[in-house]
Design a binder for this molecule. Sequence first.
Ligand code: PAF
Length: 295
Amino acid sequence: MRIIRRKSELRDLTKSWHRAGETIGVVLTMGALHDGHLSLVKAARSRADRVIVTIFVNPRQFNNPEDLAKYPKTEDNDARMLGPLDIDVLYVPEAEEIYPTGFSTTISVSGVSDGLCGDDRPGHFDGVATVVTKLLLQTDADCTFFGEKDYQQLQVVRRVVADLDLKTEIVACPTVREDDGLAMSSRNLRLGAAAREMAPVIGRVLESAASTIRQGGNVAQALTTASQALMAAGFDAVDYFELRSDPDLQPMAAASRPGRLFVAAWLNGVRLIDNLPVQVELRASADARKTVEPV
Ligand code: PAF
């Protein structure tokens, strides 16, 4: 595994690979790697001839400077974790390689960026869309791998790639969970012991609300009950608990077409997010048809 920090060096390598007819799979990260990231790397390894993992803590996607300052920086440990996975390059660009002096371009995606984390973290998805575009171009990626845990991000990236005619194929990979059901995230490291013990409640409450909705239960009622359950369990605040259509992420008052249930909630100063697919089961759907809103 070669560690590269300069885009010119990376470009020479990717050109030679492409000249030799090899494909390049890329996993984009901000470091602080966990098994969720490693599952993306394994997916890339099984699909592409060459694999690049990037680590860049992108300041433009943090709407809160404190959050950026606290973001764990663990490059040596990350490199150790990647060691056994047989990747070709760990690309850790200097900030100047991504945002050179005078950098003035922002990629802004409407529609799928609206609402959910787009409302609570102003500018976040502009930062994500801009850096992802730059990194996919710098790595000359044929395919890239995104976890479904950040489902809104996945849809934003899909939009960018489609709208800007980027050649990269986006591969969605399932959320990886701890044994107790908590979705893996670099932020989990900041929870502290007591909050870490409490955190899996978010997954259980989400699953319970999704199950109610799948069986044709009232959506508004299920969402209110779920938010109340999180607060009762000791969460500090719920940013959102919402049902949205999939893949366009429009608000839905009933599960009348394929959708996803999304939650973001605060625990001990850490914002946790999770989501699950929801589609009304056929039997329940027939029973509930009278109460399902037309689309
Ligand atoms: O999901 C992340 O870790 C980041 O948003 C990404 C895609 C690496 C862009 O900085």
